[in-house]
Ligand binder design. Structure first.
Ligand code: NAP
Ligand code: SF4
Length: 681
C-alpha cells in the first residue's frame, strides 16, 4: 500500500466480519442519545463519520436499565420499540460502508440520580447520590439487563456492542476493592470481584451468537487506590477472552482519579505503553486509547506493535473525514482535536449537546450546513484570529471570494498566545489546519495590512466582516503606568510572546483563563511536560501497574522556575470559571508548583518594591508582595473601531468574536460565530 499509514489503513478480519481499517471511533456521549426525537441528528452525525472512513463506530453510552442511567432520562435501550428507533442509525452507517457497535453503559454509583446501585453503599466523590448496595438477586437483574440490551442492539441492526467495564463505572466498581466491600460470592477475592464482567460477557455471547462484535472495555490502569495490579489485569483480560469477547479496548483512569488522562496537557499517546503490556497475553485484538489525535501518532502505535486498533473519539468530532484525508495523502488538511474539552465533555457535563470547538458542525450536522453559494459574492474579513479564520474559510469553501486582512505578520490572533503556554502546544495544530484551509479554499490572505475605511469602502466588497478581536483591559492601578516603561509592569502578550523576561518573583493580576496560562508559563519556564512523557508521569505520579497497584506513585514535581502570586478581586475560589472538566487540572498544576492563589484582593499601588494589596471591602491587612514584575491579565475589551464608520459609509458590516462581545469570550464562541455567519451569507 503506497501510503504513510499502511498499518492504520489495513483491514481487520474478525472472522465473521472485516473492518475496513484499524480506526475505532471511541464512545463519546453527545446528549443526542438521550432523546429519540434527536435520533435524526444522531443518524446524520454517525453517517458523516462512516462516510469519512471510520472502521468501527462505537455509540455514546446507552443504559441497560433505569438503575444504570447516567442521569434521569438519559439514553437507554430496554425495549423492542426502542430498538426499532435505532434502525435508521445503523442503516445509515451501513449505507456508508461502516460498522457500528452500541455501547452498553451502566454507571453504577456514578449515576446522577437517586436510583443508582453499586456493589457497596459507598458514595463516589463526584456524585451527590449514595448508591444502594445490590442484593444477589439485584445483581442477577443487572446481568440480565446487559444481556437484553445486547440482544436488542442486534435487533436494531448494530454489528456489535461495547461493554463498558472501565473508567470507574458499574462493572469496574465490582472489580476494584476500592468500591467493592462485599463479603458474598461477588466480593472479597479477585475471582469473586471479576465474576460480574465474566458473567455479563459469557451470557451476552450466548445470547447474541458468534457473529456479533463484542468489545470489552477493560480498565488497565485504574489510577485510584485499591485498583487492579498488573497480574489482575492480565488475569481478567484472559478470562474475558475465554468468555467470548472479540476485541479488548483499553480503559485508563476512573472519572474520580486525580490524574488527567485526556486533557491537552497529557502527552500524545501517553498510555499506549499500557496496552502494549497486554500484547501477547491474549489472542484477540487490542485497542489503544487516549490522546491519539493524528494519523502519524496512530500509525506509530500500530507499527510499533503496541496495539491492533486505535480508538479516537474527540478527533472524529473535530474532523469526520479524518480517515479519508489520511488515506488520500491529505493529512495536513485534518482539523486536529486539541483536547480542550470545551465543547465536547464540558457540554456533556452541563447537559448540553456535545459539539467541537474547532468544528461547530459536530452534533449539528442537520442544521449547520456549508452549502455552495447560489450567487458568489466578494467579502472582506478583517482579523485572522479564530473567528475571522473560521468565517473566511467557510465563506470561501462555499464559493465566495474572500480577502482576509490582519495587521499582524501571522494568522492566529489569541491562538498564537495560547500555543506558547506549556501544555497547550496542540493549539498550534488549529493554526496549521487553518493555514492549509486558507490555501485549499483560495482565500486571499493579506497579512501585515491594517484594513481601514477607505480600503474596505473602495475594495469592491459586497459585505465586510469584522473579527478584529480584543484589546487587553487596563486595570488602572496606581503606579502601573509609570512602571510600564521600566518593564516592571507587563502585558500578558509580551510575556507569552517572549518579548520580555520576568524576574524570579512575579504577581499575576487577574485569574481568568489567561491569568492561569501566564502563571503556568512562568512556573514552568517553557519546559512542557506535555512533550516529555517521563517527566509528565513523574509529575502526576503515574507508573507501571506491575510496579505499583493501579499505576499510582507519589508525584515528584520539579521545583517552580519562579515564585508566582495569582490574584483576583473576587472572593470566590480561583479558577471557578475555568472549564468544567479541566479547571481542576489547572488548579492542581499550579498548586504543585506552589503558586500562591489569593482572592478578595484590592490592588492598592505598584512601586519599586512590588505590589501593595489589601483585602476585602474594609481594605484590611495591607500586604506588600515583593515582586520583580506584575503581569496584567485583567480581561479584555472589544476592538471594533471600524464598525460605525463603515456603517456610515453605507457598507453592510458584521461583527463576530471578541470584536462583538469580549466578555467571557473564548475560541469556542469565536469559531462558532464565524462559521455560522459564513454559512448564512
Ligand atoms: P477572564 O476570564 O474574563 O478573566 C479576567 C480576569 O481579570 C478575572 O480574573 C477578573 O477577576 C480580572 N479583572 C477583570 N477586570 C479587572 C480590573 N478592572 N482590574 C483587575 N482585574 C480585573 O479573561 P481572560 O483571562 O483574559 O480570558 C479571556 C477568555 O479567553 C477566557 O474566556 C478564556 O476562555 C479564553 N482563554 C484564552 C487564552 C489565551 O491564551 N488566549 C487562554 C485561556 C483562556 P476579578 O474581577 O475578580 O479581579
Ligand atoms: Fe477535541 Fe476540543 Fe473539539 Fe472536544 S471540543 S473534540 S477536545 S477540539
Amino acid at each position: 500500500m503506497n501510503t504513510p499509514y499502511p498499518h492504520l489503513l489495513a483491514p481487520l478480519d474478525l472472522g465473521f466480519v472485516r473492518l475496513r481499517n484499524r480506526v475505532l471511533m471511541g464512545s463519546m456521549h453527545t446528549g443526542l442519545e438521550d432523546d429519540p426525537k434527536k435520533f435524526t441528528r444522531l443518524e446524520a452525525y454517525f453517517a458523516e463519520r462512516a462516510r469519512g472512513g471510520v472502521g468501527l463506530i462505537v455509540t455514546g453510552g446507552f443504559a441497560p436499565n433505569i438503575a444504570g442511567w447516567a442521569a434521569p432520562f438519559s439514553g437507554r435501550l430496554t425495549t423492542r420499540a426502542a430498538a426499532a428507533r435505532h434502525r435508521p442509525i445503523t442503516a445509515a452507517v451501513h449505507a456508508e460502508g461502516g460498522h457500528i457497535a452500541l455501547q452498553i453503559l451502566h454507571t453504577g454509583r456514578y449515576g446522577y440520580h437517586p436510583l443508582a446501585v453499586a456493589p457497596s453503599r459507598l458514595k463516589s466523590p463526584i456524585s451527590p447520590f449514595t448508591p444502594r448496595a445490590l442484593s444477589a438477586r439485584g445483581i442477577e437483574r443487572q446481568i440480565r439487563a446487559f444481556v437484553r440490551c445486547a440482544s436488542l442492539a442486534r435487533e436494531a441492526g448494530y454489528d456489535g456492542v461495547e461493554i463498558m467495564g472501565s473508567e470507574g463505572y458499574f462493572i469496574n466498581q465490582f472489580i476494584a476493592a476500592h468500591t467493592n466491600r462485599r463479603t458474598d460470592g461477588w466480593g472479597g477475592s479477585f475471582e469473586n470481584r471479576i465474576r460480574l464482567p465474566l458473567e455479563i460477557v459469557a451470557r451476552t455471547r450466548a445470547a447474541v451468537g458468534r457473529d456479533f462484535i463484542l468489545v470489552y472495555r477493560l480498565s488497565m490502569l485504574d489510577l485510584v487506590p485499591e485498583g487492579s495490579d498488573w497480574n489482575e489485569v492480565v488475569q481478567l483480560a484472559q478470562a474475558i477472552e475465554r468468555a467470548g469477547a472479540t476485541i479488548i479496548n483499553t480503559g485508563i483512569g476512573w472519572h474520580e482519579a486525580r490524574v488527567p488522562t485526556i486533557a491537552t496537557s497529557v502527552p500524545r499517546a501517553a498510555f499506549a505503553w499500557v496496552t502494549r503490556k497486554l500484547k501477547g497475553q491474549v489472542g484477540i485484538p487490542l485497542c489503544a486509547t487516549n490522546r491519539i489525535n493524528t494519523p502519524d501518532v496512530a500509525e506509530q502505535i500500530l507499527a510499533g506493535g503496541d496495539a491492533d486498533m486505535v480508538s479516537m473519539a474527540r478527533p472524529l468530532l473535530a474532523d469526520p473525514d479524518f480517515v479519508n484525508k489520511a488515506a488520500a495523502g491529505r493529512a495536513d488538511e485534518i482539523n486536529t482535536c486539541i483536547a480542550c474539552n470545551q465543547a465536547c465533555l464540558d457540554h456533556v457535563f452541563q447537559r448540553k449537546i456535545a459539539s467541537c470547538l474547532v468544528n461547530p458542525r459536530a452534533g449539528h450536522e442537520t442544521e449547520l450546513r456549508y452549502q455552495p453559494a447560489t450567487k458568489p459574492r466578494r467579502f472582506a474579513v478583517v482579523g485572522a484570529g479564530p473567528a475571522g479564520l473560521a468565517c473566511a474559510t467557510v465563506l470561501a469553501g462555499r464559493g465566495h471570494q474572500v480577502d482576509l486582512f490582519d495587521s499582524a505578520a501571522e494568522i492566529g490572533g489569541q491562538f498564537n498566545l495560547a500555543r506558547r503556554v506549556p501544555g497547550k502546544e496542540e493549539f498550534g495544530e488549529t493554526l496549521r489546519y487553518f493555514r492549509r484551509r486558507l490555501q485549499v479554499t483560495g482565500v486571499n490572505v493579506r497579512l501585515g495590512v491594517r484594513a481601514d475605511v477607505p480600503l474596505l469602502r473602495d475594495g469592491g466588497y459586497d459585505e465586510v466582516v469584522l473579527a478584529t478581536g480584543v484589546t487587553p483591559r487596563n486595570p488602572s492601578i496606581p503606579g502601573a503606568d509609570e512602571h510600564r516603561a521600566s518593564g516592571r509592569v507587563l502585558g500578558y502578550a509580551e510575556v507569552l510572546l517572549g518579548r520580555r523576561e520576568c524576574g524570579p518573583r512575579v504577581a499575576v493580576i487577574g485569574a481568568g483563563g489567561i491569568g492561569f496560562d501566564v502563571a503556568e508559563f512562568l512556573v514552568s519556564d517553557r519546559h512542557s511536560s506535555a512533550l516529555d512523557l517521563a517527566a509528565w508521569q513523574r509529575e502526576w505520579g503515574v507508573t507501571d501497574p506491575a510496579v505499583a497497584r493501579s499505576g499510582l506513585a507519589a508525584p515528584a514535581v520539579e521545583p517552580p522556575a519562579r515564585r508566582v502570586y495569582l490574584l483576583q478581586r473576587k472572593a470566590t475560589p480561583l479558577g471557578k470559571g475555568l472549564g468544567k472538566t479541566t479547571g481542576w487540572i489547572h488548579r492542581a498544576a499550579l498548586r504543585m508548583k506552589r503558586v500562591e492563589m489569593m482572592g478578595g484582593v484590592n490592588y492598592e499601588t505598584i512601586d519599586a518594591r512590588g505590589l501593595l494589596v489589601s483585602f476585602g471591602e474594609a481594605r484590611a491587612s495591607p500586604t506588600l508582595l515583593e515582586v520583580d514584575n506584575v503581569v496584567l491579565c485583567a480581561g479584555q475589551e472589544p476592538l471594533c473601531d471600524l464598525y460605525e464608520p463603515l456603517r456610515h459609509a453605507g457598507i453592510t458590516v458584521h461583527k463576530i468574536g471578541g470584536a462583538a462581545v469580549a466578555a467571557e469570550l473564548d475560541a469556542k464562541r469565536a469559531i462558532d460565530q464565524g462559521a455560522r455567519l459564513a454559512a448564512r451569507l
